[in-house]
Design a protein around this ligand. Structure first.
Ligand code: CP
Length: 329
């Protein structure tokens, strides 16, 4: 199993099944603190540097919330232009500086490999909050925890499930990281539903294939959504070579209640890493699904706080001291 204390979390490649399940067991312990039924000051005096050089709502805020819920403080920088990176400072120098101020770093950056490069200069654990089209390991962990919990409602589990990954599988980093994590489980059936040109990269298909899973590549939603989990994604317009190229795919794959009724199973769980693009010409996951009990998107968000609390506790080596530092609610 991965030894978490003092380590960076840069890629899901670092994690095996035992490590994933250990993270989930610590995430479960975090639930009463996240729900504010209990309080802990286990990270009293610790500081998180939350560095977001690319837009984010939930990852940035939930990293900060998770650290605060463990009793720590958060310092943030948002946007490339407001940091010295805009003056030509290297990621290595930035890391040397920031790790002199903080006990842990969470970071998002538009370039693949940038968070790993930053980590070479850091003396404190660095957690990848998304590096360009490459990886988003904490999102994949929260997605997998959500899948486990959602299928648990139907008495099922991750092993043996059928998942349909839908939309922009080329640039969507969350589906890359999630597919790699799922490769540690057994007998998964993957249906990759993407337009020609946005299919899952071969490197990820190889990981899934080599794990012995069944994989089907299809280019239309009709007839291909009757899965236990339907994981929709946004067209990642910001990663296309041009807006003109992105426009070709805009609004191509939309799931609405009518599509759900026609093509999903009555028990299909709908997931999306968010944000969903609610502009009328995109709208890949319609608001008319908001009252569908199987829409898990806001439960994913809650599970994200648990996963990020667990990773801070593990990398800072306090996962067994959380109860010891409880204070009155
Ligand atoms: N899922 C996700 O990464 O959302 P944000 O871009 O809002 O952080």
């Amino acid at each position: 199993m991965f030894s978490f204390q003092g380590e960076n979390i840069l890629s899901v490649n670092q994690l095996d099944r035992d490590s994933i399940e250990h993270i989930f067991s610590i995430a479960k312990k975090m639930e009463p603190y996240a729900k504010k039924q209990k309080r802990t000051q286990v990270l009293d005096g610790a500081i998180l540097a939350n560095l977001f050089f690319e837009p984010s709502t939930r990852t940035r805020v939930s990293f900060g919330t998770a650290f605060n819920l463990l009793g720590g403080l958060v310092r943030e920088t948002t946007g490339m232009q407001s940091s010295a990176l805009a003056k030509g400072e290297s990621l290595y120098d930035t890391a040397r500086v920031i790790s002199a101020y903080a006990d842990a770093v969470a970071m998002r950056h538009p370039d693949a490999g940038s968070v790993a490069e930053f980590a070479t200069g850091s003396d404190v654990p660095v957690i990848n909050g998304g590096d360009g089209p490459n990886e988003h390991p904490t999102q994949a962990l929260l997605d997998l925890l959500t899948i486990d919990r959602e299928l648990g409602r139907f008495g099922a589990g991750i092993d043996g499930m059928h998942i349909a990954l839908v939309g922009d599988l080329k640039y969507g980093r969350t589906v890359h990281s999630l597919s790699k994590l799922l490769s540690h489980y057994k007998d998964i059936r993957f249906t990759m539903v993407a337009p020609d040109g946005l299919q899952m990269p071969q490197s990820i298909l190889d990981v899934v294939d080599n794990a012995g899973h069944k994989v089907e590549l299809v280019s239309k939603m009709e007839g291909n959504l009757a899965a236990d989990i339907v994981y929709q994604t946004r067209i990642q317009e910001e990663r296309f070579p041009s807006q003109e190229e992105a426009n070709k795919y805009r609004g191509g794959f939309r799931i609405s209640q009518a599509i759900y009724d026609a093509h999903c199973k009555p028990s299909s769980v709908l997931m999306h890493p968010l944000p969903r693009d609610s502009r009328s010409d995109a709208n890949e996951l319609d608001n008319d699904l908001n009252n569908n009990d199987n829409l898990a998107i806001f439960r994913q968000v809650q599970n994200g706080v648990l996963i990020r609390m667990a990773l801070f506790a593990l990398t800072l080596g306090v996962e067994n001291q959380v109860e010891k530092y409880e204070v009155d609610v």
